[in-house]
Design a protein around this ligand. Structure first.
Ligand code: SAM
Length: 305
């Protein structure tokens, strides 16, 4: 590979990316209303997964990702703490659900592998728990396949804007029985779905396809209280990536879950979701991620159109 090297894992070669995509059953996503496609590997263009990795303190990013992340920090100095709080929320939520007997997890927009990945958290509680990681970014898939190889775990290249393709993938159905309840993890990803691509319809489709008792763990960038200038500049930074960002108000985020039943404590700042007493509570300023856990099928199945 030529070009800048990331500070951490060696970057997958184009061949590795191609074979990871083939092995993961990647299919062309087809046109979507927003026109936004899936990322291709390009170290010269900032990338959502790698910017997040940079903000989280990981090692898998290139100079353009660090530059974009640095500009976000300049505008929102507490954003690194917000991202850490988001990741801690994800870990607490899946741990909580595994502790309540949930044993099948689909992690949509899973991101680059990090220190405590979903399968490590839930298999600590139930070694038989199964986890399918899904991301549309071929770099995430290639790194994931190299690292997340454990019994009961697989990775799939897929676009959450096409939930049926994900749920029908033989990789997923080989590991997860969709006639039984599953947990969908959609953490820090639905803000990458533009209004034209209808994030609410994605949740409706999950409600239509998944068994009663299924849950969703959701978090989302929240624009409430973020100064207008930071918001405008932040959105502009992501406009240069393959995944433009659409932060939403807490009201809009709760509307995405309108047909689901939120568990206590509801949709809250992620650091306020069942905090653990011994966990440090970092100041994240305005709560930039809100999150919650909801029962997808509490109100039945949506009508087929
Ligand atoms: C901010 S990271 C979040 C990672 C992880 N869920 C977490 O919260 O720690 C967002 C991830 O979603 C992925 N992503 C964005 N849009 C997607 C889409 N339409 N389908 C699948 N993955 C997507 C990106 O590639 C990236 O890896």
């Amino acid at each position: 590979m030529t070009g800048p090297q990331p500070a951490g894992l060696p970057s997958p070669s184009p061949d590795a990316l191609a074979s990871a995509a083939a092995a993961s059953g990647a299919a062309s996503s087809g046109p979507l209303p927003s026109g936004a496609g899936s990322p291709v590997f390009d170290p010269t263009v900032p990338n959502a997964a790698r910017i997040y990795d940079y903000l989280l303190g990981g090692k898998d990013h290139f100079p353009p990702d660090r530059d974009a992340g640095g500009r976000l920090v300049d505008m929102m100095p507490l954003i690194k703490a917000s991202v850490r709080a988001n990741r801690e929320f994800l870990i607490r939520a899946v741990k909580d659900l595994a502790g309540r007997g949930c044993d099948a997890f689909i992690d949509l927009g899973s991101g680059l592998p990090t220190q405590r990945n979903v399968h490590q958290v839930v298999q600590d509680i139930n070694p038989d728990a199964r986890v399918v990681y899904v991301d549309h970014d071929p770099t995430v898939i290639a790194h994931g396949r190299a690292i997340l190889n454990a019994p009961g775990v697989d990775m799939l290249q897929g676009d959450l804007r096409q939930p049926d393709r994900i749920l029908d993938s033989p990789i997923l159905t080989g590991l997860i029985d969709l006639r039984r309840p599953v947990v969908v993890v959609a953490v820090a990803v639905l803000h990458f779905v533009a209004d034209q691509d209808d994030p609410g319809a994605i949740i409706d489709r999950l409600r239509a396809r998944l068994a009663p008792g299924s849950r969703i763990v959701l978090s989302h960038a929240c624009l409430d209280g973020v100064p207008q200038e930071a918001l405008t500049k932040g959105v502009a930074i992501y406009r240069n990536t393959a995944t433009p960002i659409t932060p939403r108000s807490k009201k809009e985020i709760s509307e995405l879950l309108a047909e689901c039943e939120l568990e206590e404590p509801g949709l809250v700042a992620v650091s306020d979701w069942k905090p653990e007493p011994d966990e440090p509570h970092e100041d994240v300023g305005e709560a930039r991620f809100v999150g919650g856990v909801a029962d997808l099928r509490a109100h039945g199945r949506p009508e087929e159109p």
